[in-house]
Ligand binder design. Structure first.
Ligand code: PFF
Length: 452
């Protein structure tokens, strides 16, 4: 029997929990900082508002109509008329993305958890750990330490998932998401009080058109396309679109839930968290006159330095990494769920056994990509270590490809069912929705691959 969510709120918070993760708090602020502040924010908002919302809503609806696992779903909604190729392709890509994205994700959550513990030690005065560039370099050079923290995160995730959709995923989201918002509001309020932070806010909210390639002397289409593709890739990642999560979370929905409204809430919450996280990270860095365009090290090196210079910085540091950890945990939970559900429904495994299989696979793949990352394993693909390669291939190709496959299927095979299930009444909204799924998104995604 396919299970159901206990409440509408539970569904919205679980889906928002999946969307809000490392992508919002770790990745989004450094993307903004590297790509022109307000200009990037604007392009991102357009991507989310004009495309992301519709893709998310359609995938949730496809899941609800199918009410089964992500492989049988294609056949079930067409009464067996769809070619098996859809399930094979969709199924293969989902499994590929789930395993390779989680392999990388676990490593970064592991760093976060180790920072939570180190900053908690400093806060209680139990011992003093200098949280700085050195700590990050030592951590990322040590295979054993990273694997230890990664496995700990996998164990916590599995313990939640074993308790089921209602008792595990939904309950955890109902507690953790409001907690996450409290932490976030606390940090933003504090950041506003720091002298000099207004420079960062100005950078965030004033578009610098030159960064989009738009200047008085002309228009650089390559630059604009580059930023647009980065923003779209980030939107797909942040809304958890490339891995069957929206599908499977939608499949647990009851018929009376208004997906148009719930989807809107998820998109708003996700975008709000990304914007608020940037309003913490970027002003903090500006206030201390540091460079904000540092890429992935921004949260783990630059920010801890800023905290160490601030009054009350110890509390701030602990709260920030706790926030990052909580956000990432609810996302990792969602990454496992499609495959757990598949193993239960198709292979007849118990939930416990299915969770252990996915977790076991995650441990193995994380151990391998990590070994390549630390140099203990000399394999490379495309000139990259396996960690960077998994991140690059899933982020630039396979997640987008998966969204493309779903778009073509939803737009050209089952659009009338999606439209009726969503109960769309407004004609303009309906026309735009079908245009996005059938034409606009596929074209943009194909362009994304060509440019990548
Ligand atoms: N949306 C998550 C984040 O922003 O960190 C990452 C993610 C979770 C991607 C679940 C895909 C997914 F299916």
């Amino acid at each position: 029997m396919h299970t159901h969510w206990g409440s509408k709120l539970g569904f919205v918070l679980a889906t928002a929990g999946s969307a809000v993760g490392l992508g919002n708090i770790w990745r989004f602020p450094y993307l903004i900082a590297q790509n022109g502040g307000g200009a990037f924010l604007l392009v991102y908002l357009l991507c989310v508002g004009l495309l992301g919302y519709f893709l998310l809503t359609a995938k949730i609806t496809f899941g609800r109509i199918a009410a089964t696992n992500f492989i049988d779903g294609f056949q079930k909604v067409t009464n067996g008329a769809a070619s098996r190729l859809w399930s094979r392709l969709g199924g293969f890509l989902t499994i590929f993305n789930v395993f390779f994205v989680s392999a990388v994700y676990v490593v970064v959550i592991g760093w976060t958890l180790s920072y939570v513990v180190a900053s908690a030690q400093n806060l209680i005065g139990f011992s003093s750990v200098a949280i700085d560039k050195n700590l990050f370099e030592t951590l990322t050079a040590s295979y054993g330490t990273q694997l230890f923290w990664g496995i700990l995160c996998i164990v916590v995730t599995s313990l939640i998932l074993i308790r089921g959709v209602k008792g595990g995923i939904e309950k955890t989201s109902l507690y953790l998401m409001p907690f996450l918002f409290l932490l976030l509001i606390f940090m933003v309020a504090w950041m506003f009080m720091i002298p000099g932070s207004e420079k960062g806010l100005k950078f965030l909210f004033t578009p610098n058109w030159a960064d989009l390639g738009i200047t008085e002397s002309g228009f650089d289409i390559h630059k604009l396309a580059h930023v647009a593709l980065l923003a779209l890739g980030q939107a797909i990642y942040s809304l958890s679109l490339g891995m069957g999560v929206c599908f499977i979370y939608g499949s647990y929905l009851k018929p009376n839930t208004d997906i148009k409204k719930s989807g809107l809430w998820v998109v708003i919450l996700d975008t709000l968290v990304a914007t608020l996280a940037s309003m913490i990270v970027v002003p903090a860095v500006f206030a201390f006159g540091l460079e904000s365009n540092q890429g992935p090290g921004l949260s783990f090196i630059t920010l801890p330095f800023v905290f160490s210079q601030m009054a009350g910085g110890k509390i701030f540091m602990f709260v920030f990494f706790l926030l990052l950890f909580v956000a990432a945990l609810t996302s990792l939970i969602s990454i496992y769920e499609p495959v757990i559900n598949l193993l239960i429904e198709r292979k007849g495994l118990s939930r416990k056994m299915a969770t252990m299989c996915v977790a076991g696979m995650n441990v193995i793949l994380s151990a391998v990509v990590l070994a390549s990352f630390t140099g203990h394993l000399s394999w490379t693909i495309l000139g990259k270590n396996l960690f960077d390669c998994a991140d690059y291939v899933t982020g630039s190709y396979t997640m987008g490809l998966m969204v493309l496959i779903y778009c073509v299927f939803m737009g050209w095979k089952i659009w009338p069912q999606i439209r009726d299930n969503l109960k769309i009444k407004n004609k303009i909204f309906e026309n735009y929705f079908s245009f996005v799924i059938k034409i606009l998104s596929p074209i943009i995604l194909v362009l994304l691959f060509i440019m990548a």
